[in-house]
Design a protein around this ligand. Sequence first.
Ligand code: SAH
Length: 361
Amino acid sequence: MTDSKLNLLDLDRKGMEAHVADLGYKPFQGRNLFKWIHKHGADSFDGMTDLAKKLRHQLEETAVIKPPEIVFEQPSLDGTTKWILELEDGQRIETVYIPEEGRGTLCVSSQVGCALDCSFCSTAQQGFNRNLSTAEIIGQVWIAAAELDEDQPLTNVVMMGMGEPLANFDAVVAAMDIMQDDLAYKLSKYRVTLSTSGIVPALKKLGEVSNASLAVSLHAPDNSLRDELVPINRKYPLEMLIPACKAFIEGDRRRKITWEYVMLHDVNDSDRHAKALIRLLEGVPSKINLIPFNPFPGSHYRSSSPERVEAFRMRLKRAGLIATTRKTRGDDIDAACGQLVGKVKDKSKRQLRNMRQGAGR
Ligand code: SAH
């Protein structure tokens, strides 16, 4: 709600139809409205000529189309663009556009901060404040579509920005539905990817309501190391996570799970780890994405050398796995993986705790 007006970016297609029906109009007017907003990027009602005049008037009185506000648009030397967006309560999130040969990927945030505390991620250090609304999530796509030039296609969305998308289930699912809607951004199920640290019950539920693609932040091939790097593993260990992931893609032979694996020097990057990873993923249709660690102030990890990353990758390849190394993009503007921090009014007191620990060192 904005000034007690309804923000129409909060509604998926069905919601829009229902809302328009509530106002006394046929569902197709809702579809038209939905199309104006997401296909044509409208943020006011006057140009919506195929909508009943009275409906337009009613909407003007009761509704808004209000994405987050752009505070800053920051281009990187490699073509990556980062937007810093301010929400109604003054908090800030980040969205990143990453152009590649023939495609363009938008990295979208799902929460203000993150509650999960992965030890190598700078978003974690910011602590957590709240979930984003559907409007604030799809608003990031709306903004990118409006700001990008014709030679900057928006072909993929990854829910890999700030936050744990499965901890904000309903809003994320609604936003991903809009991304895939033919009347909106029309992205296929293979081009909308949710990345999770592995909240197993939510993952099972996701399989029932969404057909988006799945990426999982694995980062370790065994429980003891993963407990340390991705603490949610203590609650949902690998013997729960791996079968849930397998079940997620069952029935679609084109599908694979993308496993994200951040390469940390002398932590998870040895031949022993590669072997354990090969064993762990046996029989799971997989793509492994090795991510060079992006350092940030206060982190005590170091990135594996490029040679180590390549040796690790080759080992996986020789075992028949598909393994790629994610190119670090946008690191000159702190837009790379794990560098997104926004401005979070921390409710978890983690910032304070970290500061105290830092002072005691
Ligand atoms: N919470 C979700 C979505 C975030 S995705 C998840 O965990 O999957 C962001 C990706 O970047 C994750 O795979 C995360 O583990 C990785 N990442 C976090 N910090 C990083 C860093 N400093 N360097 C490289 N990758 C990092």
